[in-house]
Ligand binder design. Structure first.
Ligand SMILES: Cc1cc2nc3c(=O)[nH]c(=O)nc-3n(C[C@H](O)[C@H](O)[C@H](O)COP(=O)(O)O)c2cc1C
Length: 191
């Protein structure tokens, strides 16, 4: 199974990327093939048209689309901005549709304060329903994100280690259940 992480924090002095890179390292430690799409490194212009409908799409829009398409499951990672997800993440999601279809998606939100981006997490689960994908009920909310990791993305307290571990156990169970169902359906069709 292959997991893509789509990271929607690109601000100068950003903090939420630390959670995304930590998740990537933890998935790799679990021998899961993982592709982190960091929109700060691979920025998408403000949407003029969806990747599949644009007469001359930005080259990296097609590449990011292929990377999303290639993934069996996704983690969407966003800070909470003004009570919702980041504009950068929403803009990226709007480029694609079929790439998300029937995929299991885990929600990860972060905030400087103690609520961990809970408003953004609710909105993101609704968006996932709108794109025809399956939002995992359990979410990872990272509160106090500025102090949760060091600059090498190492967690700075036990709570974040435990909550991430529990979240990834659940995510891999959820993702694998849907992945296996698709494999079985493919085998039945081929038989
Ligand atoms: C434009 C903007 C809006 C924000 N709105 C919220 C908010 O609604 N709720 C909240 O808990 N934190 C909010 N914050 C603070 C973030 O929690 C903080 O920046 C945190 O480090 C996560 O975002 P980052 O990845 O940009 O660092 C906001 C920050 C910015 C830059």
């Amino acid at each position: 199974m292959k997991v893509a992480i789509l990271l929607g924090s690109v601000r100068m002095g950003r903090q939420t990327h630390k959670a995304a890179y930590y998740l990537k390292n933890e998935l790799i430690n679990r021998n899961i093939e993982t592709d982190l799409i960091d929109l700060a490194e691979d920025s998408l212009p403000i949407l003029r048209e969806r990747a599949g409908h644009h007469p001359d799409p930005p080259e990296n829009a097609l590449q990011i689309g292929e990377r999303l398409d290639d993934a069996d499951a996704l983690l969407l990672v966003t800070p909470e901005y003004h009570g919702s997800i980041s504009g950068v993440l929403k803009n990226a999601i709007d480029y694609y549709w079929s790439e998300f279809k029937k995929k299991p998606i885990g929600v990860v939100t972060a905030s400087a304060g103690s609520f961990g981006g809970i408003n953004a997490s609710h909105h993101l689960q609704e968006i996932i329903l709108s794109i025809g994908a399956y939002p995992m009920p359990m979410k990872l909310l990272v509160s106090g994100v500025g102090n949760a990791f060091d600059d090498s993305f190492e967690p700075q307290h036990d709570d974040i280690v435990k909550s991430t571990d529990k979240f990834l156990d659940e995510f891999l169970w959820f993702a694998d259940a849907i992945h296996q169902k698709k494999i079985n359906a493919y085998d039945e069709e081929a038989a």
